[in-house]
Write a protein that binds this ligand. Structure first.
Ligand SMILES: Cc1cc2nc3c(=O)[nH]c(=O)nc-3n(C[C@H](O)[C@H](O)[C@H](O)COP(=O)(O)O)c2cc1C
Length: 304
């Protein structure tokens, strides 16, 4: 049986979004991840961040909190906090391409410092009580550096190694390097999860076979939240389902924070993936935005 994970997406896959996926399209989603926590900034102590991992906001969801750090003590403090909420599986972000993150040697930036990365993992694995997965890119500038990084990963008993086969400089452009992924499959000692450019049924295959037993999907699921259901042989989203899904997200954001501008900002991030009309994206008030969004869904021929 193939397994399917919803990728973490900062600003999008919040608990409000994850719960709506669970209720409308969640049957085939085996694992969810939080967008990254960055404990150096004490962000994970903020009430907004904690709300995202409260068990009552994540019922019926297998959730893995993700952390972005290059400091083992920070990670272990995060682990302890997360354990108090019941989380024993955690993920470390080694792929974030953002300039402010990589310049500090975190996310994909950590891949430029293999010795430091090795020491970090050594410290973490010496002391952890959690199951730990890593989410990695292939490197900063060039996939040539990856064999050395994989050798490091191979030293540790990872719960999973989730690979987005692009280098940082590529951001999200071009195609994921499936040829490099094939090489990784032959050389990883840890269980693998493939992540990258699965937008429609068929994209999860490599020739006649699935590219991997477990795949993680980000943008493809935001653009079409029924994608995992379709990969499992189910039906595409229809208009009424999409409309109800989006209205649920609207309602839950408003319950969380009655400021309509904040709600609309969140919804616009999602709408950007939905081929919503220009009028939707330019709406200045939530009510106008929802009318235009509904119209975009109604007029989009992809929905049955
Ligand atoms: C807007 C946006 C936000 C993202 N936020 C995160 C994040 O918080 N943590 C993370 O590990 N990856 C993050 N990613 C990367 C995705 O999880 C995923 O690896 C990437 O989109 C490639 O997968 P896809 O081709 O299925 O979208 C983000 C990507 C985008 C486009």
């Amino acid at each position: 049986m193939m397994k399917y994970y919803l990728a973490p997406m900062e600003g999008i896959t919040t608990y409000v979004y994850r719960k709506a996926v669970r209720d409308f399209f969640g049957d085939g989603v085996d694992k969810y991840f939080t967008p990254f926590f960055a404990p150096q900034t004490k962000r994970h102590k903020s009430s907004a961040a904690i709300r995202g991992i409260l068990p009552e906001n994540n019922e019926g969801i297998y959730l893995v909190p993700q952390m972005l750090t290059d400091d083992a003590e920070d990670f272990l403090a995060f682990e302890k906090d997360m354990r108090s909420y019941g989380y024993t599986e955690l993920n470390i972000n080694l792929g974030c391409p953002s300039g402010t993150v990589v310049s500090k040697g975190r996310g994909a930036g950590f891949l430029e410092h293999p010795q430091k990365l090795d020491h970090f993992l050594e410290d973490v694995f010496a002391k952890t009580n959690a199951e730990i997965s890593l989410k990695t890119r292939l490197g900063m500038h060039d996939a040539e550096a990856f064999p050395q990084i994989l050798e490091i990963y191979n030293k540790y008993p990872l719960k999973e190694l989730i690979v987005h086969p692009r280098v940082r400089d590529e951001m999200y452009s071009g195609n994921a390097h499936r040829d490099v992924y094939r090489w990784i499959k032959q050389n990883s000692r840890n269980p693998l999860v493939y992540n990258g450019d699965i937008f429609r049924p068929g994209d999860e295959t490599d020739g006649d076979e699935p590219i991997e037993d477990t795949v993680m999907i980000g943008r493809g699921m935001i653009a079409d939240p029924s994608l995992i259901r379709q990969l499992k042989g189910g039906k595409p989203a229809d208009r009424s389902e999409m409309t109800a899904f989006l209205h649920r997200i609207r309602d839950d954001y408003i319950k969380r924070d009655p400021d309509e501008r904040h709600c609309m900002e969140k919804l616009k991030e999602i709408a950007a993936y939905l081929k919503a009309s220009k009028r939707t994206m330019k709406a200045r008030h939530l009510e106008e935005f929802m009318v235009e969004l509904d119209r975009s869904i109604r007029e989009n021929p992809v929905y049955g």
